[in-house]
Design a protein around this ligand. Sequence first.
Ligand code: NA7
Length: 541
Amino acid sequence: MAKADQQSFDAVIVGAGFSGLYMLHKLRQLGLTARVYEAGDGVGGTWYWNRYPGARVDVESQEYSYSFDEALQDEWVWTERYSTQPELLRYINHVADRFDLRRDVQLETRVQAAKYDEASALWTVSTDRGEVVSARYCIMATGCLSVPNEPNFPGQDQFKGPTYHTGRWPHEGVDFTGKRVAVIGTGSSAIQSIPQIAAQAEQIYVLQRTPNYSVPAHNAPIDPAALADWNANRAARRQAQRASVSGIYAADPTEILAMEVSAEERQARYEERWAKGGFCIGATFADMGIDKAANDTAAAFVADKIRSMVKDPKVAEALVPKDYPFGAKRLCVDTGYYETFNRGNVSLIDLNASPLDRITAKGVQVDGEEIAVDAIVFAIGFDAMTGALSRIHIHGKGGQALSEVWEAGPRSYLGLMVAGFPNLFTVTGPGSPSVLSNMLVSIEQHVEWISDCIGHLQDRQLASIEAMPDAQDAWVDHVNEVANMTLHVQASSWYLGANIPGKPRVFMPYIGGVGLYREKCDDVAAKGYEGFALKSAATVG
Ligand code: NA7
């Protein structure tokens, strides 16, 4: 029960990234009061924290931007085909100013707990600053890749030099000039940063556990003609994004099956998309994600590209993924990654052949041999999708803890709400397309669905909405069923929680595509929030 002197808001929003800020904007339009809590000392979420060299978005800039405001789209002009982190941070700061969002954002404040009171149907939210506030709605805009995978290597405390995590890069930057650097990890963050670190450092050692598939970005200053074309067709393109599988217009999916065309045609189609750059190669054929034989053709194509780019055949071979399907782990998009291994100051260490024994005072020890380095970069990823939620003490009806309810893996209805946790929403949560899509498209869809839902409750003076267990079970079954039809489940990826020791192996995002998913969400709302229990003030408790 909220105390009389407790500050109260209609909603508390956790996180001031792209989700949290748009959520605030939408709730204000409903005439509601909201407080946003943000752990960082600035807004931007992912683009606030991930400042490692080379950090940039993998979706073309004009596609990775808000679509909700025409004037915003008109006035903001991106400078590169794929925006850099500083440019994205400038953009989100511009959005915060333009919509006067900052006055409801409290920075440098981490939410520690959120507790639901059944009698009042209110959430009590407490922070690390000792504040305790109450709110009807609690919206978790906590991000999918916001909690770094903490390094836990034997001996790491003994290392005398500086260490860095790509997801928590120092704001002032790092100068590696004249330094020997070990980079542990070869995911997207490593693949973006390694070429830049290599260009600066004296020597760089890349410690690779699993090679990744990476395709060229072909980044360049934004092409004025392409931008004009986008703007001239913007409304239709935005609509196409929303109705698509990935939320990326440039993905340009086809209905053609890889196994139905000749080897020459297949090759030509892959070449065409390789030359375009970016994720579009992943949509060359309709069966690449479900048919192993089709997928093998893409894997072989990229493997040949790697062999053609990397001069040392042994290094090339170590960089070719062998034991999981193409695209089953998050496809990387790079600028000069493979070519970097042709430099004299870059050494690839295959941890499968030479295991990382420990970190020493002077460097890293692999297969009994110490390699002296001046700095170590941990590019080892995140506790994805559930990491931020599981670190907040969230207690719902009957005092049940979300961490316990999710002990065997996350369960939610539509990735939006969890049974037993009324009025608690998750933006791009597990069970929604989220990290498998253009995040901006998914964020907008979730924020708009949630604000419509809250508007529905407010208009009818309803006190709470809660996912019903049956609807949740059916949705979780569907999410699993669709995932199991794909090759995605054949890789040990962070989509499955496989990168975090002890994390349950559950395919977390919904792979059915943003278009179908949106239809489902809209249909549920149109049917009076089918699968949810809506209660008036008189019936809560
Ligand atoms: P990722 O994609 O999770 O990559 C992390 C990398 O670190 C990956 O190569 C891991 O190998 C490696 N890793 C993790 N733990 C270890 C240990 N203990 N030893 C050696 N290597 C390890 O994170 P990123 O930050 O690169 O990218 C995250 C997302 O951000 C990305 O997908 C985009 O959506 C943007 P593994 O593959 O697990 O064997």
